[in-house]
Design a protein around this ligand. Structure first.
Ligand code: BES
Ligand code: MN
Ligand code: ZN
Length: 498
């Protein structure tokens, strides 16, 4: 799908579908007011007759309205004008996109970015159009043998602006939104693939494909002997029970000043987490193919950044392997030596994410990073704490945590701060090694994070536990692409200071 900005505040454009906002008190949005005159007061009548209440997210498709320049009018409820801001604006866009793809329209003009929405500027309002419409058009790369249903006809979405300056700003916003949405789609595709396709080797090949597509990305994929040479004992312990060879993926993007310290993004890439010898229960074990969502998100964010040619330096690091039971697998009570030299008693082989991540954090030090952010489907406890709405955010650096939190709000991909540090790290005491890999049920998300915290001393480090947000179960089972929007927003701010 293509996005464009046009100058058309009065809805003169002869489009297949004009997307017009109406407030719930019957007030017409900026463009709807002009259409109203052309269609003889039809829009107000639809509201007063009760056929279109204009509650937030309501939609009504009006076809063949006489006098209108557009073949179809899609009315979108904006809810109350008071307090119309980021959340209702995005919700209205989502509803519009959902309704629009069901029509036969091959192109549309969205007039919603003309509305004032709290403190959102036009660039943001346009960006959100590309983000939400892009997400709405996403289709799972399924392996169903039946013929695919026809893809939606919608091929062109225009965003209307007041004047030529506005159209230029909107075009910039659309470019951002498109890049975010293609990063999200890339991450979702990787995560939705079955684990017999999306293996560590496959992830490595995808990272290499990224480098091919974007010459600004340099990818290195380290194999088992190379990982052994790095003495990543914790990572090696997790992979040793699997037939699939592990990979350490390192992608460097240099868009910033040569001397500028890079931001390291680390993604957990367990392509299947059976639990290992501490085997998981069967119900929903299938969802453990999503245990590489952190890796997918980090690669997705990298793709967005490369597409936008952002002036930042970025390194994506993905330790990837399977966690499987076998005669060669690690056993509860095994002790391993991590790359940092610290020893770990593995009391539960299902707490494997922290084992691969701790070595990746140690590895990241060679880049002298300005910040290290790891993204991981790390704990079931985080889902218990926050549900599917917020990712868990732990950090040893207040300003970094604040930046990520704010990025989550702006991109509607939110995180909630959870504690990390000494108190929780104390729960990891071991009689036999420097510490254990589990710390009891209490505060499970924070003890997991505090395990990583021990390896991130003196780094500006943040941890995103996306166990509850990276995918959805049930009828809508599938990857969400979170937290790509948050990560890209964070990097946009770092790059442009805006
Ligand atoms: N990948 C899981 C975490 C997870 C579980 C994410 C369920 C989403 C849904 C992780 O490797 C894991 O198994 N964690 C254990 C840790 C425990 C053994 C301390 C958990 O959360 O149960
Ligand atoms: Mn596990
Ligand atoms: Zn896991």
């Amino acid at each position: 799908m293509e996005f464009k900005s046009i100058i058309d505040p009065k809805a003169h454009h002869a489009t297949a579908c004009a997307v017009l906002g109406v407030y719930e008190n019957g007030d017409l949005g900026a463009a709807a007011r002009h259409v109203e005159a052309k269609v003889g007061g039809l829009l107000s009548r639809l509201h007063s007759s009760g056929d279109f209440a204009a509650k937030l997210g309501d939609t009504l498709l009006v076809t063949q309205a006489r006098g209108a320049a557009a073949a179809r009018l899609l009315l979108v409820g904006l809810g109350p004008r008071e307090g119309f801001g980021r959340k209702p604006y995005r919700k209205a866009l989502q509803a519009a996109a959902q309704a629009l793809v069901k029509t036969g329209a091959s192109d549309a003009v969205v007039y919603l970015a003309l509305e004032e929405a709290g403190d959102l500027d036009l660039k943001y309002r346009a960006r959100a159009v590309a983000e939400t419409f892009g997400a709405q058009l996403y289709r799972i790369p399924d392996l169903k043998s039946a013929a695919r249903p026809k893809p939606p006809a919608l091929a062109l979405v225009c965003v209307a602006a007041e004047d030529s300056r506005g159209a230029k700003t909107a075009a910039d916003g659309l470019r951002f939104g498109e890049a975010i949405s293609s990063g999200v789609a890339f991450a979702r595709d990787l995560a939705n693939l079955p684990p017999n396709v999306c293996t560590p080797t496959y992830l490595g090949a995808q990272a290499q494909r990224l480098a091919k597509e974007w010459p600004s990305i340099k990818t290195k994929v380290l194999d088992l002997p190379a990982i052994k040479a790095l003495k990543m004992g914790a990572f090696l312990a997790v992979t040793q029970g699997s037939e699939q060879p592990p990979r350490l993926i390192v992608c460097e993007y240099r868009g910033g000043r040569k001397s500028a310290a890079p931001i390291c993004l680390i993604g957990k890439g367990i392509t299947f987490d059976s639990g290992g010898i501490s085997l998981k229960d069967p119900p929903s074990m299938d969802e453990m193919k999503f245990d590489m969502c952190g890796a997918a998100a980090v690669l997705g964010a990298l793709r967005s950044v490369a597409e936008l040619e952002l002036p930042v330096n970025l390194v994506a690091i993905v330790p990837t392997c399977e966690n499987m039971p076998s005669g060669r697998a690690i056993k509860p009570s095994d002790i391993v030596t991590s790359m940092s030299g610290q020893t770990v008693e593995i009391l539960n082989t299902d707490a494997e994410g922290r084992l691969i991540l701790c070595d990746a954090i140690t590895y990241s030090r060679r880049f002298k990073p300005a910040a290290v952010i790891d993204v991981a489907t790390l704990t079931g406890a985080c889902i218990i704490a926050l549900g599917n709405h917020f990712s868990g955010l732990m950090s040893n650096h207040e300003p970094l945590a604040g930046e990520l939190e704010a990025a989550g709000v702006r991109s509607d991909d939110r995180a909630w701060r959870l504690p990390v540090g000494e108190e929780y790290a104390d729960q990891l005491k071991s009689n036999f090694a420097d510490f254990a890999n589990i710390g009891g049920r209490e505060g499970g998300a924070s003890t997991a994070a505090s395990f990583l915290w021990k390896f991130a001393k003196d780094l500006h480090w943040a941890h995103l536990d996306v166990a509850g947000t990276a995918w959805l179960g049930g009828a809508q089972k599938g990857s969400t692409g979170r937290p790509v929007p948050m990560l890209v927003d964070f990097l946009l701010r770092r790059a442009h200071g805006a």
